[in-house]
Design a protein around this ligand. Structure first.
Ligand code: PLP
Length: 387
């Protein structure tokens, strides 16, 4: 069944599944235990950490494995709130994932400043330049790529601006890692990522924590992760996450070249077939897998269910926002009117989504559009005749 909701979560890549099964079968011991079988698990674990640090371009000691991006984002804000005085403020973009926005507001009540986005979906760093004049700012957080629109955010430029002012910088790279080159991420003071967005298992991720932050503690109760996060490490999960990244970064150039072309053909063809349909965020650089659409008519939930009946899974927005009343905060930040927000669809492909799958989705969209526009009376007539 062609799955087009990979920004919500991904199926396990084969390499990741294999690594998980092997580690669970052969290296299930606690890597901290004092015998040889556990030491073998520890050695493999150390190799994985080293490989990941190499990919990210950060010291090995900066990596703190955890359960995923929600934990990672919470940990950064909670740590900084404990470290700084009650005057300290943080800056976040208005389109961050709730796992950044909510801990920022909870840990720094009434002391959060915002970077707005332009209608294209890209953060407006001219506002950041003004905010950075305040000496009370202790962190700026800007996601690397947005989970709803797929728009790439200017996190490298943001990092540079923060460096010039001596302000620490955090990026939530959950949607970037595995899809885009990793260069430069290791230079950020804090980075958050999770495996299930790039073909790894759920419930595994990591933070990069700047080396100067020796007192960083996200969980107490043991000396795991050099005391930064207590709790027995999920070694099979970590091994599987690293295996997914190895596979993806070996094939990244090919993926980027092939998948972006497939996505662009899909968009171009669909725009010709469904008049009045609009693509959001396409005026700036986007993730190669994401299509964010405003349909010309009918509620997005009807589109989702009729496409689903034809075997194609797409989303109404982020997994967190869908199912809630009202438009998502990302759409609101981009200035999308609420009557349009209910006609939004998010389509997100995979590293190996075939041309046939994109073409099939295209045909299904056209079929659904025709079905939705079919006069109701003819449907009733058909029913009467068939009875
Ligand atoms: N940050 C972003 C940008 C995301 O898209 C998500 C997942 O939806 C998260 C954080 C939360 O990740 P996790 O499910 O690993 O807690």
């Amino acid at each position: 069944m062609p799955y087009f909701d990979n920004n919500a979560t991904t199926p396990l890549l084969e390499a990741a599944e294999e690594a998980y099964m092997l580690a669970s079968r052969d290296h299930w011991q606690n890597p901290s235990s004092p015998y040889r079988s556990a030491a073998r698990a520890r050695n493999l674990f150390d190799d994985d950490r080293e490989w990941l640090a190499g990919l990210m371009g950060c010291p090995v000691e900066a990596i703190v494995f955890n359960s995923g991006a929600t934990e990672g984002n919470n940990a950064v804000f909670n740590y900084l709130a404990g470290k700084h005085s009650s005057r300290a403020r943080v800056v976040v973009s208005t389109i961050e994932h709730p796992s950044v926005l909510e801990p920022a507001r909870a840990a720094f009540p009434d002391r959060v400043d915002y970077i707005p986005v332009l209608p294209s979906g890209i953060s407006d760093l001219s506002v950041l330049a003004k905010l950075l004049k305040n000496p009370d700012i202790v962190l700026v957080s800007l996601m690397a790529a947005n989970n709803e629109s797929g728009v790439l955010q200017p996190w490298r430029k943001c990092l540079k601006m923060c460096r010039q002012k001596g302000v620490p910088f955090h990026t939530d790279a959950s949607q970037w890692l595995g899809k885009m080159p990793s260069d430069g991420l290791g230079e950020c003071d804090y980075v958050t990522a999770c495996a299930h967005k790039f073909g790894g298992p759920k419930g595994v991720g990591f933070d990069i924590i700047n080396q100067r932050e020796t007192s960083f503690r996200s969980q107490l109760g043991g000396l795991h992760e050099r005391g930064h996060r207590a709790g027995t490490e999920n070694f099979p999960g970590i091994r599987s996450m690293v295996a997914a990244l190895k596979y993806l970064y070996e094939n990244l150039d090919r993926t980027l070249a092939e998948q972006e072309v497939r996505r662009n053909i899909f968009e171009k063809t669909l725009c010709q077939q469904i008049p009045g349909m609009r693509i959001i965020g396409s005026s700036d650089e986007r993730l190669w897998n994401t299509v964010y659409l405003v349909m010309p008519g009918f509620a997005n939930t009807r589109w989702v269910s009729l496409l689903d009946k034809r075997g194609f899974t797409v989303s109404t927005g982020s997994a967190c926002a869908s199912g809630t009343e009202g438009p998502s905060h990302v759409l609101a930040a981009m200035g999308i009117e609420s009557q349009e927000a209910h006609r939004i669809l998010r389509i997100s492909g995979h590293w190996d989504t075939s041309s046939a799958a994109w073409n099939g989705l295209n045909a299904a969209f056209v079929e659904v559009w025709e079905e939705l526009n079919r006069p109701k009376s003819s449907a009733r007539e058909t029913m009467v005749i068939s009875v």
